[in-house]
Design a protein around this ligand. Structure first.
Ligand SMILES: *Cc1c(COP(=O)(O)O)cnc(C)c1O
Length: 459
């Protein structure tokens, strides 16, 4: 690899001179020097100094089968030699997207049988937004175009993705969102449940916010509700089990489409292929990306339910939308191999019946009791740790978010990569983690909490 001709310092200098990064304070990064990851294997990443770090984030929620899988490299190589690229515009196709679409239709809930490909979750959500509005226009109701989303939602970083999302810092830099998108409360019991309110009742109340927004606009003006089954980037916010069925009931009552953003939860993370199955709901669209290829290639698949697909096919004429790389043969070949490995190794079942429950128990036992921890929660192999100053009152450290960053920095120094979002630390490990890896992670996080606590006391 060419990077081996460069020292860490040189790479950092070149990075600082020429490379603009996503979600980065460039001034800060250029002063500190970027962390340069050079290789990875199984559950570990390695930086340019050779430091081994356990990757608690699966890259960025995507490397579900872990690093260093030769089979994926071989699938890409073979496909590149045979057909590196062809488009799927204008009635053309190539074998790998065809076969991948069939595979996805088999794995998806029964009423979902069509796939629209793109190269990222943001693109797929852009497609989903256009598709639901187009659907209502084709049904003779073009004014039924409002989308209801949630505060702190993450739906990507394009203008459509940012508009659908509910991240305030992102909206502040948007200066003109896509119109007719509103944001309601999120199902985040830890901060938003009332004293004495049960989880179940809180879930129903959070769902009621969707109904209120529909009634406020008028049902004939609302196209769809969009949500992540479990809010990911917003802090692994796991809704009460009462929430999704109630949201679905409300959507059906007012004939509002249900859009599920499974860019994180798709392909096994919650212990089913899709979280729609975990929460037993039937969305009209399912956005997927990240773990579809375990991040080895950029690829997204918008899974489209029969209701929308039937109208699009029968009444739609030409759908004037699409990406050059839609159905990219190499990305699709890698996805097919990735799904084959997930199936062959039984990873989805393992998350559901073995590692998911073990992860939940380990977090409770090793992390949950720590003085700095207000709550731990998890579903499948995604988890959150709430950092607080006071467990009983849930008071946070000031300035907001600083305590989690302190703990995160200690964790990385302990060889444990995880993420801090606000005052919540989040985990989304590869699905190949074993009991031993989970124990190793919990040990390192507990150590980071101790060291973080010592720092925070000094302040
Ligand atoms: C990551 C993410 C996206 C955006 O995907 P990109 O591939 O980064 O465009 C959209 N929705 C959710 C829920 C995500 O986590």
């Amino acid at each position: 690899m060419t990077y081996q001709n460069y020292s860490l310092k040189q790479l950092q200098q070149i990075d600082a001179a020429h490379h603009l990064h996503p979600f980065t304070d460039h001034k800060e990064m250029r002063e500190a020097g970027s962390r340069i990851i050079t290789h990875a294997s199984g559950p570990f990443i390695y930086d340019s100094e050779g430091t081994e770090i356990l990757d608690g984030m699966a890259g960025l929620w995507c490397v579900n089968i872990g690093y260093g899988r030769d089979e994926l490299a071989e699938a890409a190589y073979a496909q590149m030699k045979e057909l590196p690229y062809y488009n799927s515009f204008f009635k053309c196709s190539s074998p790998t997207p065809v076969l991948l679409a069939k595979k996805l239709a088999e794995l998806a809930p029964k009423h979902v049988n069509q796939v629209f490909f793109g190269s990222s979750g943001s693109e797929a959500n852009d497609t989903a937004l256009r598709l639901v509005r187009h659907y209502w226009a084709l049904e003779g109701k073009p004014e039924k175009n409002r989308i209801i989303s949630r505060k702190s939602a993450y739906h990507g970083s394009t203008i459509a993705g940012t508009s659908l999302g509910g991240m305030e810092p992102m909206h502040r830099q948007l200066n003109g969102a896509v119109p007719n998108i509103v944001h309601v409360m999120m199902p985040y019991a830890y901060e938003l449940a009332l004293p004495g309110e049960s989880d179940h009742d809180f879930g129903l109340r959070a769902a009621k916010a969707v109904e209120d927004a529909i009634l406020e606009a008028g049902a004939d003006k609302v196209a769809a509700f969009i949500g992540e089954p479990v809010m990911g980037a917003g802090g692994v916010k796991i809704p009460p089990m009462s929430y999704w069925p109630e949201v679905q009931r409300i959507c059906r009552k007012y004939d509002v489409l249900l859009m599920l953003d499974e860019v994180i939860t798709g392909y096994g993370r919650t212990g089913e292929w899709f979280a729609a199955q975990t929460f037993d709901i039937e969305p009209d669209t399912i956005t997927t990306a990240k773990a579809l290829t375990s991040g080895y290639q950029p690829l997204s698949a918008l899974l489209v339910g029969d209701r929308i697909a039937a109208t699009l096919v029968e009444k739609g004429g030409e759908f004037n939308h699409g990406y050059t790389y839609a159905g990219h043969p190499v990305a699709c070949a890698v996805a097919l191999k990735n799904l084959e490995i997930i199936e062959r190794e039984g990873l989805v079942d393992r998350v559901k019946n073995d590692t998911g429950p073990y992860f939940a128990k380990a977090l409770q036992e090793h992390i949950g009791g720590h003085d700095l921890v207000g709550e731990v929660r998890s579903i499948g192999l995604m988890g959150a740790i709430e950092i607080v100053r006071d467990k009983a009152t849930k008071e946070r450290f000031l300035p907001a978010g600083s305590a989690a960053v302190t703990v995160r920095d200690h964790a990385v120094a302990q060889g444990m990569m995880l993420r801090a979002t606000g005052d919540t630390m989040i985990l989304s490990p590869p699905l190949i983690w074993t009991h031993e890896t989970i124990d190793m992670a919990c040990g390192r996080i507990a150590k980071a909490l101790d060291l973080g606590q010592a720092d925070l006391r000094k302040r």
